[in-house]
Design a protein around this ligand. Structure first.
Ligand SMILES: Cc1cc2nc3c(=O)[nH]c(=O)nc-3n(C[C@H](O)[C@H](O)[C@H](O)COP(=O)(O)OP(=O)(O)OC[C@H]3O[C@@H](n4cnc5c(N)ncnc54)[C@H](O)[C@@H]3O)c2cc1C
Length: 383
């Protein structure tokens, strides 16, 4: 039997474990620092309401990934999910992402249309502010983007943020259907406890050690120390911040976290029928609210809403800055063959979602099975 070590038991680590077990011939050890598998994707209960730490809507363009999740946790399609943004200066809710149909309804529609016609494009944008103003003009930027990004990334000035592909689907102004991501397969598990079964099924036969951390790493030798015991592996699959594997020798990779609040409302439903998420683009401290019933469809005379507030608590969001992404690359360069780094923190990649973690694990497993490092990967900087 070959020996594999998986570090972290979230979506990426558990899918990776499952792929190795399905392959056969692998003795897999998965170490998870927390008391449970799944991290923020795990469902808990509050006042009888199932919830996860922030929304964990399943959205993918990849049919194989969809079928994989659906085969383990049967998925209910979300037919017409809408996301909306509150813009205080108009005292109005608009579609999220910005939708072309909403512009005509805005009090300053003529100004916005003029600015959009004169917008100089994004080709030479040097930062996120220039990217958005170059794309949609100053007024839409001020209404939808500026304050949101200041709180999202905890900065005072959006021009300090590098340009990055922030916008859903790479569009800044959406047209066509009002469903937020109408080209993706959009779903959530039927089971009231959401994805919990996923983490049980994917780790069947795996040696899972919860509340465990690796004490020392010697990555070039694929060797670690756990509970004082020295262990060497044929393959290591990392899903935590890559700097941790090398004693942060090039410096620490920064992350942002989230404070999460649960609020029960005394009504059966809170949001309009098709609205799943509410975004807030003003100076409120929170970025987004989610009404869990929209995802879970559970019955109750009350309804649970989750609120996210960006903070320094937790490693939830890798930063979208070129300088720190370059730093992450220094760590990837130090990884020898048969050491992989996948998942959101493992790839140091903001915007990498559950479906992307699964897709990465599929590709990694193919590489382990077929050998060679030379095949297309969906995410640059993956290794
Ligand atoms: C607030 C929020 C909302 C989101 N909403 C959605 C959504 O609606 N849809 C969607 O598809 N995606 C969403 N995502 C993203 C998605 O949930 C993540 O991409 C995915 O869950 C990441 O999985 P992972 O395995 O890479 O990392 P994680 O789930 O973070 O797993 C890493 C694991 O490693 C463990 N760990 C950490 N350090 C150590 C250590 N030293 N030793 C051992 N174990 C360690 C952690 O406890 C954790 O269990 C959201 C993310 C956030 C933060």
């Amino acid at each position: 039997m070959k020996k594999a070590l998986i570090i972290g038991g979230g979506a990426a680590g558990c899918t990776a474990a499952h792929q190795l077990m399905k392959m056969g011939g692998w003795d897999v050890l998965l170490v998870e620092a927390g008391a449970f598998l799944g991290a923020g994707v795990r469902t808990f209960y509050y006042g009888g309401h199932p919830y996860t730490f922030g929304p964990r809507h399943f959205l993918t363009q990849n049919r194989e990934v969809y079928d994989y999740m659906d085969g383990i946790c049967p998925l209910r399609r979300c037919a017409d999910h809408q996301f909306i943004t509150y813009v205080e200066r108009d005292n109005a809710f608009y579609n999220y992402p910005i939708h072309v149909d909403d512009i005509a309804k805005m009090p300053d529609a003529a100004l916005i249309q003029g600015e959009m016609a004169a917008a100089k494009g994004v080709e030479n944008a040097q930062n996120l502010e220039e990217y958005w103003i170059g794309s949609v003009g100053q007024t839409l930027y001020d209404k939808f983007i500026k304050e949101y990004n200041k709180k999202m990334w905890l900065v005072d000035d959006v021009s300090t943020i590098d340009t990055f592909s922030w916008s859903p689907k790479g569009v800044t102004i959406k047209s066509g259907p009002r469903a937020a991501w109408d080209t993706a397969l959009s779903a959530y598990p039927y089971a009231e406890d959401g994805y919990n079964r996923f983490f049980d099924v994917t780790t069947e036969g795996v040696n899972v050690r919860l509340k465990t951390k690796i004490e020392r790493y010697d990555i070039p030798k694929r060797t670690v120390w756990i509970g004082g015991e020295k262990m060497t592996f044929d393959v290591i699959i990392n899903t935590i911040s890559p700097d941790e594997l090398f004693e942060k020798c090039h410096g620490e990779l920064p992350f942002l976290g989230r404070d999460f609040h649960k609020i029960v409302f005394p009504t059966e439903h809170v949001f309009p029928e098709h609205v799943y998420f509410l975004y807030y683009a003003n100076d409120e401290k929170f970025t987004r609210l989610v009404e869990y019933k929209k995802l879970t469809h559970h019955k109750s005379p009350t309804s649970l809403v989750g609120m996210e507030i960006p903070s320094l608590n937790g490693k939830h969001y890798p930063l979208p800055y070129k300088a720190v992404q370059k730093l992450a690359t220094e760590y990837y360069k130090m990884m020898p063959d048969n050491v992989y780094s996948i998942g959101r923190a493992g790839s140091y990649r903001y915007g990498l979602d559950i479906d992307d973690c699964i897709e990465q694990a599929f590709i990694m497993a193919k590489q382990i099975k077929e050998g060679g490092n030379d095949y297309p990967v969906p995410m640059e900087m993956w290794r």
